[in-house]
Each structure stands twice: as C-alpha cells, then as structure tokens.
Write a protein that binds this ligand. Structure first.
Ligand code: CUA
Length: 161
C-alpha cells in the first residue's frame, strides 16, 4: 500500500501524541496515584428518602468527634438541599451528595469542589474552606429548564462561634 511521505510523517506525529498522552496517564495513575474520582457507591435515586443517610431529616452539616464535618446533601431539579450550609473556616469537610433525579453538577468557587452528581451514585469529596465569606454552590451540568436557577449557598464562618 502506498502512503504519501507527508501523510506518513503526520501519522507518526499523531501516533506520537497518542502514545505520549497514554504514557502521561499511565505515569500519573501508577507513580503518582492520581485516579478519576471513583467513589463507586451506588444508591437508588428514587428511594433517597428511604435511605438513612439521605433522608430529609439527616441532610446538612454533622460534626464528627474529631472536629471534622460531614455534609450530606441532595441535588434535585432545581435546587440543592439544604439550601444553605454553614461551615467553620479551616475545618476538614467531607461532602456527600446524591441526585434525586437527573445528572447535576456541584461547583463551589475558591474550593476544590467540582463534582458530577450522577443519579444512582453517591458523589464524595473532601475539602477545607480557607476563605471567609459566602460562596455560591452552583449546578454546572445542564439538568433542565431551571438549571440556571439551581444553586445553594455556603457560608464560611470563623471558628468557634
Ligand atoms: Cu442541576 Cu443543572
């Protein structure tokens, strides 16, 4: 089969890019232990209210004995529940959130929180808020006509108040 020399050169270039990309991923996965978020914990989205953890009266901020916080939330068209959470600054927070219906996102500026909230799964992330103030928690996955209005608030307050 005849391949034009110029085309052949580009095949090498493209092959090189693909090999480099795979090598980078293998390197970071194997040597640096960096993996995609894979908290593969499933939950029946239609029965959140029957689960212990995501039942309405269990949502919100829970304090652990070591001082860290567990935040339990539900994302549903078109809001986050609870609508507002209050957390002290410089405190480890473990956020767990589940969707009641469709795919949502969760993004809090000035933090590492940027999650996909996939129905059927529990999304989990650890963070520590290091800036005082009020921050929006916004949905960044298009979830329907009310997507633009889907947000909650995070209030980061001084410690021990
Ligand atoms: Cu929920 Cu967009």
């Amino acid at each position: 089969m005849h391949v034009d020399p110029l085309e052949k050169r580009w095949l090498y270039v493209v092959g090189g890019i693909v090999a480099f990309t795979i090598a980078v991923q293998v390197y970071y996965a194997a040597a640096k232990g960096i993996h995609p978020p894979s908290n593969v914990q499933t939950i029946d989205s239609a029965k959140l209210h029957l689960s212990k953890e995501f039942a309405e009266n269990n949502l919100g901020v829970h304090k652990n004995t070591d001082g860290s916080l567990d935040v339990t939330m539900v994302a549903a068209r078109y809001g986050f529940y609870p609508q507002e959470i209050e957390v002290p600054i410089d405190t480890p927070v473990r956020l767990r959130i589940a969707s009641l219906d469709v795919l949502h996102g969760l993004l809090v500026p000035y933090s590492n929180l940027n999650l996909m909230v996939v129905p059927g799964y529990i999304s989990e992330a650890n963070t520590t808020f290091t800036k005082l103030g009020e921050f929006p928690m916004i949905c960044n996955e298009y979830c329907g006509i009310g997507h633009d209005y889907m947000y909650a608030r995070v209030r980061v307050v001084p410690k021990n108040n």
